[in-house]
Design a protein around this ligand. Structure first.
Ligand SMILES: Cc1cc2nc3c(=O)[nH]c(=O)nc-3n(C[C@H](O)[C@H](O)[C@H](O)COP(=O)(O)OP(=O)(O)OC[C@H]3O[C@@H](n4cnc5c(N)ncnc54)[C@H](O)[C@@H]3O)c2cc1C
Ligand SMILES: NC(=O)c1ccc[n+]([C@@H]2O[C@H](COP(=O)([O-])OP(=O)(O)OC[C@H]3O[C@@H](n4cnc5c(N)ncnc54)[C@H](O)[C@@H]3O)[C@@H](O)[C@H]2O)c1
Length: 469
């Protein structure tokens, strides 16, 4: 075969597909489910848990419709629909797609054993040795990282896997962490009927504009979530059917379940990286075409969470498209070592325009740089803020609409380098901002992109007016 791809998550599947479309013979190796984390324990099930609650909340904000909401969520039905979106944790349809794309599938755990060599301990107990003619691509994703909290390792706890696949609503849930996993799953389970507490070491949604975490924190509190920022447990222990968290100064918190959502780490354990001269347990550093740096011959590639570049499904798939195309082009002799920025062989947007949506209510959506990040990069920036409550389309969507938007402008070029929206229904606005950032559309031309009335998109007009146009 020409290419071996280790890991059949969304990223590995896309890389294999692109290399295959480029005329190469590809084998995918997967040790769990084809489709990976996103399909079964991350993006899909978490959104399926959240969206019914958002629909009810949205109806309650519309007088005339609100009176028709006479009950709460049907948790059983929500969990059942979540099961459907996780395909019942059965990957046969994804395996069928792999076969239909002409890609080989080997089930088992893979490790590198030398240049272009991979050994697979198969699910059938046998070991297969694969030698790739052109490239090996590591797309093994990431695993939850546990904080150094006394007693945690020996105390039963959920990670995002259990929290997205649980079959019952716990009476109470303590969430440790303040990132995307923590806020999304805290809101999902609170709205499904659990009493949820969030313990976040610093604020919520640390990488976003500060107002985003503040708005989400207020919304969680309004839902009844006990949000405690600047808090981290000193120790945890099992107590009967539940857990007890020691918060210091004699304060404790009891909960039926504990969810640890304190970040993820690249899945490189047991991959045999030392056999190809790589050391360390950090992310696999790659160039923009996905080639792992420091490996002679340029045959080793990586994409997705394992690279630590932009740990999001859509951005990993983008990197996978670039790497798969680059592998095929290099095999044909059509591409040298260097790749041009913004060519189809380079994941250039990773550096400038990574879009991210947090699917809480309110949603938070951002792309590019925050004002603080732009300042740190030495850009001459100006931030423009707009209260979304003043936008007609937002007011129509919900009584008491609460939301905010910020545009970050590079003054020297008069282009948008970052945008953040927080509020109900803003996720679908994000792509407009991504296009503005990637296209480096001058503000004076953006002025002519007229948002329809009365949509939430009219926030663009308010932002540009706020800038002074
Ligand atoms: C709760 C949660 C919600 C999320 N929601 C979103 C969202 O809404 N939108 C979004 O864009 N991102 C979201 N993410 C992030 C997203 O899930 C990841 O960025 C994405 O899954 C990364 O894809 P990947 O293919 O790199 O890794 P993975 O999906 O982890 O796939 C890696 C695959 O490699 C396999 N593997 C690993 N090692 C080996 C080996 N040695 N041999 C064989 N196979 C191996 C694994 O079994 C796995 O199937 C979420 C994450 C979490 C935790
Ligand atoms: N909608 C989405 O796109 C989506 C949804 C979920 C996850 N993801 C991705 O998955 C990845 C993992 O998300 P995550 O939320 O686990 O990680 P994260 O790194 O985003 O957040 C970790 C959080 O845990 C806090 N923390 C760390 N140690 C702590 C401790 N001892 N006590 C209390 N708090 C502590 C940190 O301050 C931080 O707020 C991210 O890259 C995220 O982008 C994306």
């Amino acid at each position: 075969m020409d290419v071996v791809v280790i890991g059949a998550g969304a990223v590995g599947e896309n890389l294999a597909d692109r290399a295959g479309r480029g005329g190469l013979d590809v084998v995918l190796v997967e040790r769990e489910l084809v489709g990976g984390e996103c399909s079964y324990w991350a993006c899909m099930p978490s959104k399926a848990l959240l969206l019914p609650g958002h629909a009810l909340a949205a109806a309650r904000r519309l007088p005339g419709a609100a009176a028709a909401v006479t009950g709460g969520l049907d948790a059983g039905a929500v969990l059942g629909r979540r099961d459907t979106f996780a395909s019942g944790w059965d990957d046969s349809s994804q395996a069928e797609w792999v076969a239909s794309a002409g890609i080989g599938l080997l089930r088992g755990s893979a490790r590198l054993t030398g240049e272009r060599r991979v050994e697979v301990d198969g699910d059938d107990g046998g070991t297969t040795v694969l030698t790739a003619r052109h490239a090996v691509a590591v797309c093994t994703g990431s695993v939850p990282s546990l904080p150094d909290v006394e007693g945690l390792a020996g105390t039963p706890h959920w990670t995002s896997r259990e929290a997205t696949s649980a079959q019952e609503v716990p009476a109470s849930l303590a969430v440790v962490g303040g990132g995307v996993v923590a806020v999304e799953l805290a809101q999902a389970w609170q709205r499904l009927g659990a009493r949820v507490s969030v313990l976040a070491r610093s604020g919520l949604l640390g990488g976003a504009e500060p107002f985003a975490g503040e708005l989400v924190g207020e919304a969680l509190a309004a839902d009844g979530v006990d949000v405690r920022t600047g808090t981290s447990p000193r120790s945890v222990r099992q107590d009967g059917d539940g857990v007890v968290l020691d918060l210091g100064d004699g304060a404790t918190l009891r909960a039926e379940r504990l969810l640890v959502a304190t970040g993820r780490t690249p899945a490189v354990d047991g991959l045999g990286l030392e056999s190809v001269g790589l050391t360390g347990d950090g992310p696999l550093e790659v160039d923009d075409s996905g080639r792992v740096t420091g490996v002679p011959g340029g045959w080793l590639y990586a994409a997705g969470d394992v690279t630590g570049r932009a740990p999001l499904t859509h951005q990993g798939k983008y990197a996978a498209r670039a790497a798969g195309d680059a592998i095929a082009a290099r095999a044909r002799g059509d591409l040298g070592g260097e790749v041009a920025a913004w060519s189809r062989f380079a994941a250039t947007a990773d550096h400038r325009a990574v879009p991210q949506v947090v699917f809480t209510d309110p949603e938070v959506a951002w792309v590019g740089l925050t004002a603080a990040q732009a300042g740190e990069r030495g850009l001459d920036v100006r931030a423009v803020d707009v209260d979304l409550a003043g936008v007609a389309g937002a007011g129509l969507l919900a009584d008491g609409y609460a939301g905010r938007a910020r545009l970050v402008v590079d003054e020297s070029r008069r282009v948008v380098v970052g945008a953040t929206f927080a509020g109900q229904g803003v996720a679908e606005l994000l792509h407009s901002a991504t296009i503005a950032v990637v296209g480096e559309v001058p503000l004076d031309r953006l002025w002519h992109a007229v948002p329809s009335y009365p949509t939430v998109s009219e926030v663009w007009l308010r932002l540009l007016e706020g800038y002074g146009l």
